[in-house]
Design a protein around this ligand. Structure first.
Ligand code: KG4
Ligand code: ZN
Length: 345
């Protein structure tokens, strides 16, 4: 089989990314521009700022990825772009760039689902297919479980009814006076704490049949534990260092327990043999380690995306090859679809 090449673009939230991927799934180059410094003072992603930053970064990012790959535009088979779900303004920048290149270079356009791409990222670089599996996406915007028969076919099993796990990490990090994005910083602080010292609630854990998550009550429990004045980050500054670390550790463990319990329940319900986990929170070391132990004990094969492909990136746009192989191209009037339409259970 001769080798073909694909240019993939990602701009669903606050990372501007491009990657060149060949038809064997090999990532030839990738470039990711993050916007953390722009959003830090707001302790969260500001959609308008994100969209403008994408606009500034998209061309240099595309240029870098193309140059590093050494692949000329002529040799490309298609231009792929994540069109849903995500922030509307952010999605529009990536899609507009993809359309412009598709038109200028006379290449087909392929829109992809960002969540399916996060799951697909688990198989990047592997020789065997990761399907069928239970796909678990744990990020700043999503915490959902799917039964995935194949890369483009899935059934929704359950998900968060309020905050996503990463969002809870980010908000609790603010309460503890940690920098944005909160996940990595909170996890580092948690490593110095005692996981058993404070037992925070594990919402919905009693309901074994239900594959949903809820993190807003847990977040409130942390808020009450800190029990500070209106700006909790000020109160955190006067907390004893060990107490701060114990709160971080107790919170992180509560989230991990919920994530693992529901993932295992999904495996049991679907009788799947394989669990594939992607999204920013899947970069969390304790979560990775504890999930590995839990899966091993149940004889479940666990595949977690490599850390650099857990957070948003364009390499996972390799999913587009699955559409290209099925002849599923999109017209140039393709539009973004910001909200994920939740598939019926
Ligand atoms: O997948 P991602 O880059 O963007 C979305 O699609 O949402 O995930 C970003 C989220 C943020 O909430 C961030 O705090 C969280 O992933 N995150 C982590 C870690 N690294 C990133 N959460 C916990 N522990 C980490 N090590
Ligand atoms: Zn994502």
């Amino acid at each position: 089989m001769s080798t073909e090449y694909l240019l993939a673009i990602e701009s669903t939230c606050d990372e501007t990314a491009a990657a060149l991927i060949d038809s064997h799934g090999c990532v030839l180059s990738e470039c990711v521009a993050t916007q953390e410094l722009l959003h830090e003072k707001f302790s969260g992603v500001v959609p308008e700022i994100a969209a403008r930053a994408h606009l500034e970064r998209i061309l240099p990012v595309l240029d870098t990825a193309l140059k590093e790959s050494g692949i000329p535009p002529d040799a490309l088979s298609a231009i792929a772009v994540a069109t849903f779900p995500g922030l509307p303004g952010s999605l529009i920048v990536g899609l507009s760039a993809a359309k412009a290149l598709a038109l200028a270079w006379n290449k087909p356009l392929v829109g992809i689902n960002h969540i399916q791409a996060h799951i697909y990222a688990c198989g990047l670089g592997a020789t065997e297919s990761i399907y069928p599996c239970v796909g678990f996406i744990v990020s700043g915007g999503h915490t959902s479980l799917y039964r995935c028969e194949e890369p483009l076919g899935w059934d929704y099993l359950g998900g968060t009814i309020d905050d996503a796990a990463g969002e809870a990490f980010d908000k609790v990090a603010v309460m503890l006076g940690l920098p944005f994005p909160g996940g990595p910083a909170l996890s580092k602080l948690a490593a110095k704490g005692d996981r058993q010292a404070i037992r925070f609630p594990r919402p919905l854990l009693d309901d074994k049949e239900r594959l949903d998550f809820s993190f807003s009550g847990l977040k409130t429990a942390v808020r009450y534990r800190i029990a500070g004045p209106s700006d909790p980050s000020h109160r955190a500054a006067v907390l004893d260092e060990q107490e701060r670390a114990n709160i971080a550790a107790g919170f992180e463990q509560a989230v991990i327990d919920c994530l693992i319990a529901k993932a295992l329940a999904a495996i049991k319900k679907t009788r799947a043999k394989r669990l594939c986990v992607g999204g920013g929170v899947a970069a969390n070391t304790s979560f990775r380690e504890q999930l590995a132990v839990a899966c091993q004990a149940r004889n479940v094969e666990l595949i977690i995306a490599k850390p650099q492909w857990c957070t948003d990136n364009a390499a996972m746009g390799a999913l587009a090859w699955e559409k290209i192989r099925r002849g599923q191209f999109d017209p140039l009037d393709l539009d973004v679809q910001p909200g994920l339409v939740r598939p019926k259970r």
